[in-house]
Design a protein around this ligand. Structure first.
Ligand code: ADP
Ligand code: MG
Length: 504
């Protein structure tokens, strides 16, 4: 069966000011293909899609739809030629009904449209009350409305921009069924996702996008998960990952003094915690949300009251000290909710990377030397590949992954001995997660010890040299070497098992 070409992009370039976002993208989509487009935040995926939709204009390059060159790149032209994009956030009129939202803009009989719509819904097996107000719909239902909008317009090229990020498991299943049906009808689909598993579940083809280029593209059968992960990471990181694995093997604890120690430490939400973190070690604190780990961290960090026991950092008793003193002693904390605690959204990147250091400055000396600030900021931007157009880009306009890189970068400006990271990659996409992981590894390589709080067992397994599990405010397990696996950690986190004595 010869597949007809639906869409062809040739050498597309696009810059926003000085920020070159697309650097020569070429891509084809044929009938019945589901092309998964994967890449980190800021890779340029949405920009490329908006160009296809005529929302943005490309600087150079050519677009062909069914073999015909697009000369006027307007949204109305794109729609008329059968291209439809379901945006990352559905844009419905909240006070209008489902039916009104789907049929708006059609110059045709209402009854006719309704019949077609009902047929479409029957075909796809979607149940949705047409008279419901859009404001009462779940995200999944809103997406359904968006897709139906496209289908009613007889879209032949459907673009789904991260459609599953807000969906439940069942909703994802139902979306996948629809995608398969659309495919069978010869519709071509560009499917943007950051979930690698979905690529293998739903796509026929895959393209990796990184920094405005597509370094890899092919049939899904040609790829393994590892190849995709590797393709997402910049080349220099790939070598580092290897040297880190070697480093991991060398870590030995015997005859080494811990850099940080808790002795029978208690506070609100946790009791009798004893643990040691060694120099250059990543100690994972696994557990379920609410196990008491964040409370432990904020207490150590001088934000909450110590009820018993001792905390020792670098040989110094830091029990009950103020946050400022704790930081001076060499401990820093990157909290879970970076939007509220970690980052001043309005500040620019330079102010953010240095603000932890300002807290350190002697009384009266409120301003950093501008040159020094510039140097430090550049260093962080370089080290952590934070994607910005300049130091004064506001942090709020950075993508989630890049924001987290700024926050972790900031925690380093105090030259800590130990950094506590609380759920460092929650809500961050696969590629940025890889970046955050390499930052964490880099820190460890520089001799900074890390206490890693995470409810993501995969993450704990991937990063930790040693793991302790916390269940209901107490440590109930310790794992190292091959014992660090998801099954063991899950069982202990849920209190089903535990291999260590609970220390009272
Ligand atoms: P992705 O969808 O892969 O996460 P985007 O296409 O949204 O990536 O963004 C790519 C880059 O383009 C980012 O650096 C982003 O800041 C920039 N960008 C996107 N849209 C605009 C815009 N309208 N104005 C300026 N910069 C933009
Ligand atoms: Mg996007």
């Amino acid at each position: 069966m010869p597949e007809k070409e639906l869409l062809s992009l040739r050498d597309i370039y696009k810059s926003f000011g000085l920020n070159a976002v697309l650097k020569g993208i070429s891509l084809e989509l044929k009938e019945g293909e589901v092309l998964a487009l994967i890449g980190g935040n800021g890779a340029g995926k949405s920009t490329l899609m908006k160009i296809i939709m005529g929302i943005y204009q490309h600087d150079s390059g050519e677009i062909y739809v069914r073999g015909e060159k697009v000369t006027s790149n307007k949204t109305s032209t794109a729609l008329a030629s059968g291209i439809y994009m379901v945006p990352q956030e559905p844009l419905l009129f909240p006070n209008m009904t489902v039916e009104e939202n789907i049929t708006i803009g059609f110059d045709r009989k209402k009854s006719e449209l309704r019949r077609e719509l009902l047929d479409l819904m029957k075909e796809s097996g979607w149940k949705l009350e047409l008279s419901r107000k859009a404001s009462s719909l779940s995200i999944a239902e809103q997406q359904m409305v968006e897709i139906l909008r496209g289908l009613l317009r007889q879209a032949k090229i459907l673009i789904l921009d991260e459609p599953t990020s807000a969906l439940t498991f069942d909703e994802v299943e139902s979306l996948f069924r629809s995608v398969n049906e659309l495919r069978a009808k010869g519709i071509g689909i560009i499917y943007i996702t950051h979930r690698l598993a979905e690529v293998f579940e739903i796509a026929t083809d895959v393209a990796i996008m990184r920094d405005g280029i597509i370094p890899m593209r092919g049939r899904v059968e040609e790829f393994t998960r590892e190849m995709l992960v590797k393709g997402l990471l910049p080349p220099d990181t790939q070598e580092k990952e290897q040297s880190l694995k070697e480093h991991l093997k060398k870590v030995e604890y015997e005859n080494v003094e811990p850099i940080f120690e808790l002795q029978n430490y208690s506070g609100y939400g946790f009791t009798g915690i004893s643990l040691k973190v060694y120099p250059g070690e990543i100690l994972g604190l696994a557990g379920v949300v609410g196990a008491g780990r964040t409370e432990l961290a904020t207490t150590v960090f001088g934000k909450d009251k110590v009820l018993g026991g001792k905390a020792i950092l670098n040989g110094k008793d830091i029990t009950g000290l103020s946050t400022k003193k704790v930081m001076e002693a060499g401990l820093n904390y990157v909290p879970e909710d970076r939007h509220y605690h970690g980052l001043f959204k309005i500040s620019d990147v330079a102010a953010n990377t240095s603000s932890a250091m300002l807290g350190e400055a002697p009384m009266g000396k409120f301003f950093l030397n501008a040159k020094e600030e510039h140097r430090m900021t550049q260093q962080y931007i370089d080290d952590f590949r934070i994607k910005v157009t300049g130091h004064s880009q506001t942090v709020g306009s950075l993508s989630g992954g890049n924001q987290q890189k700024v926050v972790i970068g900031r925690s380093l400006s105090t030259s800590p001995k130990l950094v506590i990271l609380d759920e460092p990659t929650r809500g961050i996409d696969a590629a940025a997660r890889g970046d955050v992981y390499s930052i964490i590894h880099e820190l460890r390589n520089e001799g900074v010890s890390i206490l890693l709080i995470s409810s993501d067992m995969e993450e704990i397994v991937e990063l930790s040299d040693r793991v302790m599990t916390v269940c209901q405010g107490r440590i109930n397990g310790e794992f190292s070497g091959d014992d660090i696996n998801q099954d063991n950690l899950m069982a202990a986190s849920f209190g089903i098992t535990g291999n260590a004595e609970v220390e009272a």
